[in-house]
Design a protein around this ligand. Structure first.
Ligand SMILES: *[C@@H]1O[C@H](CO)[C@@H](O)[C@H](O)[C@H]1NC(C)=O
Ligand SMILES: *[C@@H]1O[C@H](CO)[C@@H](O)[C@H](O)[C@H]1NC(C)=O
Length: 287
């Protein structure tokens, strides 16, 4: 308060601003904490199909972000994952048949526009058996535009067939924001550096908005693939016999254009984890 008074002598405007800030930070402590009420979050970067409402949910004290990596095979972590308040999955990674390794509940599923055709090919599984799951679709304006986007129209049709299903799309402002976060963290323009953001990137950003504490399952660290003697695992736990995970990551990191920067993204996640309550499990990233 003493500093405040001294600064007030200097500038009346600054004084008023500081005074308002002081009131704001201090009155936050005054009311009795209503922590027994579930806190809801309104996320304006996500737009509900077809009415454009924001994503509104009670916030999640604990979240499990389950990667689609082959690291999940034989993890036996399904039970632990299912204990989380909210469970986030990516693209079309199934739980059916993999419950003991990846769990069985899905609160949110973040899906790339490129995976939407796969989602729509199996509507019985995704839209009928998983009624409680909200689908969050990201993609460029050409695909996701409300008036003419092919992907948007296909989703709209699916919503017509399955009225109970909750589908959201990232707003174009949110897409730009996610690019800005990449640029801020890397100093590189995402598009000019020839990179596409991964579904993991959008999932981590959504999780940070929604969750108090996040445990990420099955995501390898920035250095994992450069270290020796890891047995190869499939890139996706549900697709065996394709390119292994590390070969895929290395190939993408080196490609000049049209590639994901999985390894760069993981270095950024690691920085976020040093500031927020984010933990990495199986493999663990250390403390
Ligand atoms: C839909 O997905 C489930 C879970 O992966 C799978 O068991 C089923 O065979 C799929 N159905 C079709 C028609 O692809
Ligand atoms: C940019 O990065 C800095 C440092 O990592 C961070 O403090 C800041 O919040 C970021 N801003 C945006 C808009 O992402």
């Amino acid at each position: 308060m003493k500093i405040l008074v001294r600064l007030c002598a200097g500038s009346l405007l600054l004084c008023v601003i500081l005074w308002l800030c002081w009131i704001k930070t201090n009155t936050r402590e005054l009311p009795v904490k209503l922590s027994f009420l579930p806190r809801t979050v309104q996320l304006w970067g996500y737009s509900r199909l077809p009415d454009g409402e924001p994503l509104i949910r009670s916030s999640c004290e604990t979240c499990a972000v389950v990667s689609s990596s082959g690291q999940m095979l034989s993890s036996g972590l399904g039970h632990q994952i299912d204990q989380a308040k909210c469970i986030l999955r990516m693209n079309v990674a199934p739980t059916l048949g993999y419950e003991s390794d990846v769990g069985s509940r899905s609160t949110l599923r973040v899906v790339s526009h490129t995976s939407v055709p796969l989602l729509l090919r199996n509507q019985t599984y995704f839209f009928q058996q998983s009624q409680d799951t909200a689908y969050v679709i990201w993609g460029p304006p050409r695909q996701m535009n409300i008036d003419s986007g092919i992907t948007y129209r296909a989703l709209l049709q699916a919503k017509g067939r399955h009225p109970g299903v909750q589908i959201y799309t990232l707003t174009q402002n949110m897409m730009v924001h996610c690019d800005q976060i990449f640029q801020n963290e890397t100093g590189k323009n995402r598009a000019m550096s020839g990179a596409f953001l991964s579904t993991g990137w959008f999932t981590m950003i959504l999780a940070m908005e929604l969750c108090d504490e996040i445990t990420v399952y099955g995501m390898v660290s920035e250095n994992y693939c450069r270290e020796q003697s890891h047995p190869p695992v499939p890139y996706h736990y549900y697709e065996k016999g394709r390119l292994d995970e590390c070969s895929m990551y290395m190939m993408h990191e080196r490609a000049l254009r049209g590639a994901h920067r999985f390894i760069t993204e993981k270095a950024i996640f690691s920085r976020w984890a040093s500031r927020k309550r984010i933990h990495f499990s199986h493999p663990s990233w250390g403390s």
